[in-house]
Design a binder for this molecule. Structure first.
Ligand code: FE
Length: 141
């Protein structure tokens, strides 16, 4: 007997004004999450971070990634081969900067997180390349 995967339950929407986001976030968090910025490689606080726990959206607290699926991509950005729940992410085609990429956003609050590429490790072959500035770490326990 197989257990069917339950239907994805999307997180509740979180909507705030630009002024509210500015007041809540640091300048860098704001630029990355609300203005689609990118932190420079090897500068964020999580690319070389190895504690056990979860990474939440820095804007709204939605659980996005966990330490168990984090891996060393060598890119200078924290990378995962799988999110905690795909329903917590929104994907969008991104043709900016002369490249065709898939943007990854928080499904609850539309925070820009990073991009997903198809050059990741097994079992998914995916590389979620995420800005540290978009994340807040919650240690296990
Ligand atoms: Fe969010």
């Amino acid at each position: 007997m197989t257990t069917a995967k339950p239907p994805a339950s999307h997180p509740a929407r979180v909507e705030k004004s630009d002024a509210e986001w500015r007041a809540q976030l640091t300048e860098q968090q704001y630029q990355v999450t609300r203005r689609h910025g990118t932190e420079r490689a090897f500068t964020g606080c999580f690319w070389d971070h190895h504690e056990e726990g979860r990474y939440l959206c820095v804007c709204c607290g939605t659980p996005l990634f966990a330490s168990g699926q984090k891996y060393e991509s060598g890119s200078g950005w924290p990378s995962w081969w799988q999110p905690i729940d795909e329903a917590n992410l929104a994907l969008r085609r991104d043709a900016s900067h002369g490249m065709l990429r898939t943007e990854v956003l928080c499904a609850a609050c539309d925070a820009h997180l990073g991009h997903v590429f198809d050059d990741g490790p097994p079992p998914t072959g995916l590389r979620y390349c995420i800005n540290s500035a978009s994340l807040r770490f919650e240690p296990k326990g």
